[in-house]
Design a binder for this molecule. Structure first.
Ligand SMILES: C[S@@+](CC[C@H](N)C(=O)[O-])C[C@H]1O[C@@H](n2cnc3c(N)ncnc32)[C@H](O)[C@@H]1O
Length: 349
């Protein structure tokens, strides 16, 4: 038997695999559907997958119809995209973007294998800040529906090699597109305490930003911080007696760095600025956010768009996941959904 044909699975100690790379059944959902179901029923997300959030609410807001031109600005695992694709047939088309060059080809392969050909689905590796350029390249003047489900996918979050999680050790990277910009470890190597304090405050509402920034920069000066666990330990030590708060603090530090290395707020603002011109008159947009920095920006741009007449209607309040979803998928807890509808041609004229 050739080496190619026979691939030994990763061995793990104990009864159950613990590490992301060892969960070979979860990584092959088509082959092991029962394992997947069991993991989902326990309220967890199977390794290498993502559970789409607030799907019903998103569909209710977007109302995708047969023949519609739709955009999924954050394709991820393709959960929302699949539901939209089902509803825009016959005659519709979905243009799907994602900035992640590692997960995007896997998702595209899965969707193609699921029967969505190039006539109904175009997959583009792009930051959504360039949406208007992408649409022009696809020969599309405006979309009927646009969805953006911000932040990270579970595939990114759970894979230690991507450096998004402090639960397992890995390189301190935190880039959604590792071919662009610099890893978080490089950022920490030359950041000043004042700049780090600003990032912690602005990107993660960190209440002890000044103290944490000083201690992290001090630690980085003594020995470079290269891994997720090293950074986690530095923050844990800085938390001192408040150990019970340590995990939440580490999470905020990771969030602040992630937003910076991916330039997330500037990408979101560019996307929001160009959104109205990417929509057809009467077109609908839905945006799922996961922390206050994102939600504040979406709210501000939608409010301004309503005042200027670019939008005919916007959500008055945020829509949150219901109790059933919160129990079934705790990762949905921070989600907030906002929507806007572009004015019709008559209203705009
Ligand atoms: C929460 S996941 C989307 C999950 C998806 N809705 C699903 O059902 O599987 C967010 C995705 O957005 C992508 N992303 C984040 N910021 C982006 C940006 N500025 N441009 C394009 N994609 C982005 C991430 O790489 C990630 O795959």
């Amino acid at each position: 038997m050739s080496e190619q044909q026979y691939k030994r699975r990763v061995r793990y100690a104990g009864k159950h695999p613990r590490k992301f790379s060892e969960k070979y059944k979860e990584h092959a959902p088509a082959k092991y559907p029962a394992t997947l179901q069991k993991v989902i029923e326990s309220g967890k997300t199977p390794a290498g997958t993502h559970r789409a959030i607030m799907v019903e609410e998103v569909l209710e807001v977007l109302r995708p119809e047969p023949g519609a031109i739709a955009v999924d600005a954050t394709l991820g695992y393709g959960g929302h995209a699949t539901e939209i694709l089902k509803r825009i047939q016959p005659g519709g088309r979905l243009i799907a973007l994602d900035t992640d060059p590692i997960e995007l080809p896997k998702t595209e392969a899965r969707l193609r294998a699921g029967g969505f050909g190039t006539d109904v689905l175009s997959v583009v590796h792009s930051n959504f800040a360039g949406l208007s350029r992408v649409l022009a390249g696809q020969g599309v003047e405006g979309a009927d529906v646009i969805l953006a489900d911000l932040g990270l996918s579970s595939m990114q979050m759970d894979n230690p090699e991507r450096g998004f999680t402090f639960k397992f050790d890995g390189p301190l990277d935190l880039r959604m597109n590792p071919n662009k910009g610099r890893a978080a470890a490089r950022l920490l190597a030359d950041i000043s305490a004042a700049k780090l304090e600003e990032l912690l405050r602005e990107n993660a509402d960190e209440p002890r930003a000044e103290l944490l920034a000083t201690l992290i920069v001090e630690a980085a000066g003594k020995a470079s911080i290269e891994t997720t666990r090293q950074l986690g330990e530095v923050v844990r030590t800085a938390c001192g007696a408040r150990r019970e708060e340590a995990d939440a603090t580490i999470r905020r530090v990771f969030q602040a760095l992630r937003i910076e290395v991916n330039d997330e707020f500037s990408a979101l603002e560019t996307f929001l600025r160009f959104l109205p011109q990417c929509l057809k008159p009467g077109g609908r947009v839905a945006i799922l956010t996961f922390h206050s920095g994102e939600d504040r920006r979406v709210k501000r741009f939608f409010d301004e768009g309503l005042r200027s007449g670019e939008y005919a209607e916007i959500s008055r309040n945020v829509i949150r996941p219901g109790p059933v979803e919160l129990r079934a998928n705790p990762r949905s807890a921070p989600a907030k959904l906002r929507w806007a509808i572009k004015g019709s041609a008559k209203e705009n004229g």
